[in-house]
Design a protein around this ligand. Structure first.
Ligand code: 5GP
Ligand code: ZN
Length: 109
């Protein structure tokens, strides 16, 4: 847990967030500046800087993040209509918060 990492603080519940899913290894919460009618951030609880720092042993965790996306899609009624899951990596990839996360967006045509 890094004190200067915003998402580590949210995971530790030291900063507020509207949590929509939690399990042992993953937290998902609403993006504070939503870019779509539904915009959730899916975050592994363990700090990983970015996709560029992903290690082979992290692959199961990433797969489980995608399963959370699937669950969110089903729960929100978007399983058939569809949704987007994206991950910004690095300065030119638009990453602002350096704690690995997946954007789940739905409802924007
Ligand atoms: P990135 O650009 O790093 O992929 O995405 C970071 C996301 O975090 C942005 O969509 C931004 O709106 C969101 N965000 C930034 N600060 C906060 C915050 O304090 N709380 C929540 N829930 N989301 C945040
Ligand atoms: Zn972190």
């Amino acid at each position: 847990m890094s004190q200067d990492c915003l998402f580590c603080r949210i995971v530790a519940r030291e900063s507020p967030a509207e949590v929509v899913h939690e399990d042992a290894d993953i937290l998902a919460f609403k993006d504070i500046y939503p870019k779509a009618p539904i915009h959730v951030l899916i975050v592994p609880k363990r700090h990983i800087d970015s996709l560029a720092r992903l290690a082979a042993e992290d692959t199961e965790l990433v797969g489980r993040c995608l399963l959370v996306a699937r669950t969110l899609g089903e729960r929100a009624g978007y399983a058939e209509r569809g949704y987007r899951v994206s991950c910004n990596c690095g300065p030119e990839g638009g990453q602002v918060v350096y704690h690995l996360h997946f954007h789940f967006t739905a409802g924007r045509r």
